[in-house]
Design a protein around this ligand. Sequence first.
Ligand code: CTP
Length: 408
Amino acid sequence: MDGKRILLIVGGGIAAYKSLELIRLLAKDGIGARVILTKAGAEFVTPLSLAALSGDKVYQELFSLTDEAEMGHIELSRSADLVVVSPATADLMAKAANGLANDLASTALLATDKPVLMAPAMNVRMWSHAATKRNVAQLRADGVTVMEPDVGPMACGEFGPGRLPEPEAIAKQIRAMLSGPTGIGPLEGFRAVITAGPTREPLDPVRFISNHSSGKQGYAIAEALARLGADVRLVTGPTQLPIPDGVTAIRVETAVEMNDAAKSQLPADIFVGVAAVADWRPATRAQGKLKLKGGTEEKVALQLVENPDILKSIGTRKKDRPRLVIGFAAETNDVEKHAKGKLTRKGADWVIANDVSGDVMGGTDNEVLLVSKAGTERWPRMAKAEVALKLADRIAAHFFDPESSAAE
Ligand code: CTP
């Protein structure tokens, strides 16, 4: 990791002192830190300690003539490989989610062109407040990686989620984000947007409609493309899987959120729709938990409305259509025929079709067809990770060696 550097924004909170430990841990791995200390942060930790540990000056003012002369705030925001906000306070997250830029920290967050990681720390009520939840969802939709805070006793005497994750956990996340593609893969400079996992369509605060998708195939494709150097944005529904190294995840729940998040990551060169998007959502979402009538066995009607078709709306885009749009087709019969239908209907360049009548959903193996306008290729049964590697290889070949790109 030698030569990598983060821009560390230290917000105001009792956990600000943990940034000293974080800088020390990173230094052990050869990762440098340049620090921005907010006004509130300076109430909890001194610029002197931060400067001593980081071996660099600490930046505090937006309108400082000396700072600007040495390094402008725009340059500062781009001088690192990764921007890390720790502790990320409710206020800093609210500003970043809304694009405010009225001090050095918020300006750097708006001006940066680098990936951003936030490690939140705040009172449990502040963390669970609807406004903070909205801001966190917005930040994630914008491609920011927001860690989950730790659960435990808080400095204010309350108990719950809101504690800053341990410095070792933040350092681990930083290492993973920095160990991504380093500029040697064929897809360096290409952006890929991938949807993966199921979506959840809420009926009321405790119930939802969903499906058995595990996300394994989509995550494997995200990882394979990142290994080839692509800047991968993984828009994912709820899954149990870890985010692969070097991949930026945007977590969503519903199809409508997935649609918005996928579009917010365009323009891109490659789009791969792997998600098992719920085709319908309940027409209304009850505010309170729906109640039983009580043993009447009366039929209850559930009204559904169709969800947006994400693949179709991206495949048929006039402006900013990714150069290669790939869909998946989960079929139980007439696999090739249905896949060809989806290829045309959804404006995709390729459709990867599989037969889900067996144990594919949630299983580790997959047996697929690659269907394009030029023809159909049948791949032997292999692990989902191998399907992903083979597909990533085909994608790279499509851009650089069209001759060898199959089915074209
Ligand atoms: N897809 C999508 N948005 C939807 C539904 C599907 O982006 N609302 C994408 C999937 O990610 C996949 C492809 O479309 O890449 C095909 O999904 P599939 O479920 O097989 O097809 P459907 O359009 O749902 O058609 P049907 O259920 O009739 O087979």
